[in-house]
Design a protein. Structure first.
Length: 131
């Protein structure tokens, strides 16, 4: 994959992440917390995949994207370690929201997922600009 294609794919994934973040905020404001958790997580997921596109590397499974991102960007402290924990929590919260019929979500938890997505998007945008 050429550098130009990698950069284009990365940009596309960042735009997708921002749209998902907007959707999460819209759902949150409508008190649709389970859907907001899903969209916030996918904003996070596509932001991580935006960085992977620049290497270029890709994975089909979510857990592989998360593991690679943690190994190469969190553990090496390209991004704060605390963010790695919040991303893991967002992943678990999304799975519970999507698949556990009895999962009760609190608005504060959803707000945290949205804030994690916002922070990651901002950090990754700066990272991409500088690399």
């Amino acid at each position: 994959m050429s550098a130009k294609i990698s950069k284009s794919l990365s940009s596309h994934r960042m735009e997708q992440a921002k749209e998902e973040l907007d959707d999460a905020k819209f759902l949150y404001d409508a008190n649709r917390f389970k859907g907001a958790n899903n969209r916030a997580y996918y904003a996070i997921f596509h932001t991580m995949k935006a960085i992977l596109a620049l290497e270029p590397i890709d994975f089909k499974r979510h857990k592989d994207v998360l593991a690679y991102f943690n190994k190469n960007y969190i553990h090496t402290e390209v991004f704060p370690r605390s963010l790695g924990h919040r991303i893991a929590k967002a992943s678990m919260t999304r799975e519970d929201s999507d698949y556990d019929d009895e999962f009760i979500i609190k608005p504060d938890t959803t707000r945290e997922q949205i804030e994690t997505a916002e922070e990651l998007i901002n950090l990754v945008e700066k990272y991409i600009e500088n690399n």
